[in-house]
Design a protein around this ligand. Structure first.
Ligand code: URP
Ligand code: ZN
Ligand code: ZN
Length: 488
């Protein structure tokens, strides 16, 4: 077979295990895997001494999002460049309808944000923000290639909040359409009450940004996850808990999966590597995101949940704000634009802290960053694995070479980084997207606008099972609970 490009001599991570050898590419696809592929006429990418891993899917991203009285600072140009530098080859953003808009309008708006700017492939989760208006539009969105929906249990002031009626009824529809509901789980009314009790000039002066953590004790997330899981169990609709940050939430998800409830969970890398001690720093307000960073014990439980399987995916919840935007808080934590940059450092952080830190194997990292998200979001086998027939979306990383995180050197529009000064391995030396080199020698070389929208047919455990060999599906959920969860 003649190849257009061969990635030669690297440690290639596939769903069936790793081998030292070659990846042969024809056009946009992986055409062969082997130990000494014929390179005649092919462009050779030397990967000796490197890991060759599937391109990362960051399935929780907000680019150019109007939020908290401003607009998040990474758009599709800078956000996708940042992703590529960090080995991300696919992202999923959230299309949110604003006043009077339909689900379809929201998707049209987000398509426009991406067009001409995206360097990597993308699609969107569709946010249901007004149940009565949006409920009859769900089927058409599935038909249009969007089988993942999102509801927020908080954010009344943004006009995004869903109540139990919406959650329950949407989950019913998810079951009917083979679709999946993503939920931001925090308990709105108790959170409102705790914020109101602490919103005094005296307390704000005394505690500053620490009030962000003080007003969101772990039970705020745990109660909401418990409730969403209850509606999931009652309806049989596929549920996916986004940005899970607590040990309690992880325990609830594990117990539900053991009962055969069709619930999946993601965490974000910031909840694994940072904790709420940052709010005591002079610049602690920069770290405000929603939900907020928790304690080292929560991080520990989340790592454990990744290892044992109840946490299926690591994402970023990228929602970048500059120092100037963050300064809008003026000492009142309720006014901090919530979110942090993340796309560029997802893989380096997970590799350095997870794999080099001895918490995950390289194979497990690839499952959490690539294969599981692709399966769960209905993008497998096109995305998420190095295997014949898949898109040639690949990251080549050096096993130990580190780069110091410096905002000035980064592609993100953020003028700060939560990880400034950290020495991280795992930045992409080379990133390929559909066979094309878009990062070379750690620099972005691909063109804006080459990224494509990715239509999908279904999502959740059912889609994952249908698209995968049984051994591959095994990585999604803990082995003891696998049978129950997959058949639910
Ligand atoms: O702080 C965050 N996460 N901002 C984005 C909105 C959300 O809740 O995901
Ligand atoms: Zn959220
Ligand atoms: Zn988010």
């Amino acid at each position: 077979m003649r190849f257009d490009r061969i990635i030669q001599g690297g440690n290639v991570v596939t769903p069936g295990g790793s081998f030292v050898g070659d990846v042969g590419i024809v056009g946009e696809k992986i055409a062969a895997l082997g130990t000494s592929l014929d390179a005649t006429g092919a462009e050779v990418v030397d990967a000796r001494g490197h890991h060759v891993i599937p391109g990362v899917l960051d399935v929780h991203v907000h680019l150019e999002l109007p939020f908290c009285g401003t607009t998040s600072a990474d758009d599709y140009r800078t956000g996708t460049r940042a992703g590529a530098r960090g080995g991300v080859t696919t992202l999923i953003d959230f299309a949110i309808p604003y006043a009077g808009e339909s689900l379809s309008d929201a998707v049209d708006n987000w398509m426009k944000k991406a067009e001409g700017k995206a360097l990597i492939d993308y699609t969107f989760h569709v946010c249901i923000t007004r149940w009565q208006e949006h409920k009859d539009q769900i089927a058409a969105m599935v038909e249009r290639g969007f089988p993942t929906f999102k509801e927020f249990m908080i954010y009344e002031s943004e006009g995004w909040q869903s109540d139990d009626r919406a959650l329950f009824s949407t989950l019913e529809k998810m079951k009917e359409y083979g679709a999946m509901l993503l939920v931001h789980a925090e308990s709105a009314r108790v959170l409102d009450e705790l914020i109101a009790r602490h919103h005094t000039p005296e307390l704000m002066k005394e505690y500053g940004a620490r009030l962000h953590a003080i007003t969101r004790p772990n039970f705020i997330e745990a109660e909401a996850i418990e409730r969403a899981v209850r509606w999931c169990e009652a309806t049989g609709g596929q549920l996916y808990i986004v940005h899970m940050s607590t040990a309690e939430g992880t325990d609830i998800v594990r117990a539900a999966q053991a009962r055969g409830v069709p619930v999946l969970a993601e965490t974000c890398v910031q909840y694994l590597v940072l904790d709420d001690s940052v709010f005591g720093r002079e610049d602690g307000h920069l770290f405000a995101c929603c939900p907020q960073l928790k304690t080292p014990a929560d991080s520990e439980r989340l790592w454990q949940g990744l290892k044992s399987g109840e946490v299926s995916v690591i994402s970023t919840d990228t929602c970048t704000f500059t120092r100037e935007q963050k300064a809008m808080w003026e000492g009142d934590w309720t006014k901090i634009p919530m979110g942090m940059p993340g796309l560029e450092t997802l893989l380096p952080l997970t590799y350095t802290e997870g794999v080099l830190g001895g918490r995950l194997t390289l194979d497990e990292m690839c499952a959490k960053l690539s294969t599981n998200p692709a399966r769960i979001m209905g993008l497998h086998p096109r995305k998420g694995a190095i295997q014949v027939g898949a898109d040639a979306d690949i990251a080549i990383i050096h096993p130990t070479r580190t780069i110091t995180v410096r905002p000035d050197d980064m592609e993100t529009n953020a003028d700060w980084s939560p990880f400034e000064g950290w020495e991280l391995a795992g930045f992409a030396r080379t990133t390929l997207s559909r066979g094309e080199i878009i990062v070379d020698d750690y620099k972005v070389v691909g063109q804006a606008g080459r990224g494509r929208w990715l239509p999908r047919a279904s999502a959740g455990l059912a889609a994952a099972s249908a698209a995968s060999a049984p051994t591959a599906t095994a990585a999604l959920v803990p082995s003891t609970e696998r049978a129950a969860a997959v058949t639910a």
